[in-house]
Design a protein around this ligand. Structure first.
Ligand code: HEM
Length: 145
């Protein structure tokens, strides 16, 4: 949990005037858990998409492990995920603004916690899945249109 963030200071013994935060990449199951837990904390507190999840998720103790498995499979090609994400999203009454908020919170979570190629891959995958869900729902996915 504390391993994702390191702080590097000048090593001349003086009080540092400049500090730089160096984040590690998403690199194992512990990082995935940190990513998903932090993201869902934001989601559940969010005034726009929080209520959608509250209404639709019957069992959080089942949903969270599903999400760990999904991201583990997507990023590392390991584990047991074999669901059908679209089937869960097709019935949801959501608009473009919900997808935009989902993506903002996801990007915020990734950039606060991680940096590196796997993080970039997670962002690109989320963007592309959000795009395809919107197309399938008949929503124009381009933010400024
Ligand atoms: C408007 C945005 C979104 C909303 C409101 C939303 C909401 C939900 C809800 C209510 C569920 C079902 C939970 C349950 O069955 O207990 C779910 C499942 C899931 N969502 Fe989303 N979601 C959104 C966007 C996305 C995006 C962009 C992704 C892509 C990474 C994603 C990935 C998943 C996955 C993998 C599952 C699990 C499917 C399964 O059970 O196998 N969601 N989502």
């Amino acid at each position: 949990m504390y391993g994702a963030r390191f702080r590097w200071y000048r090593s001349n013994g003086k009080t540092p005037t400049v500090s730089q935060s160096v984040l590690s990449d998403i690199e194992d199951e512990a990082s995935i858990k940190l990513l998903v837990d932090t993201f869902y904390q934001k989601v559940r507190e969010d005034g726009l998409i929080g209520p959608v999840f509250d209404q639709a998720v019957q069992d959080w103790d089942k949903h969270m492990p599903t999400m760990y498995a999904f991201w583990t499979h997507l990023l590392f090609r390991r584990g047991e995920y074999s669901g059908n994400p679209w089937a869960k999203h097709a019935p949801l009454d959501v608009e473009k603004e919900h997808f935009q908020r989902w993506l903002i919170l996801f990007r915020e979570t990734v950039s606060e916690l991680f940096d590196g190629p796997v993080s970039q891959q997670a962002l690109a995958a989320a963007q592309s899945i959000a795009h395809s869900f919107q197309i399938r729902k008949g929503i124009n996915p381009y933010p400024n249109d």
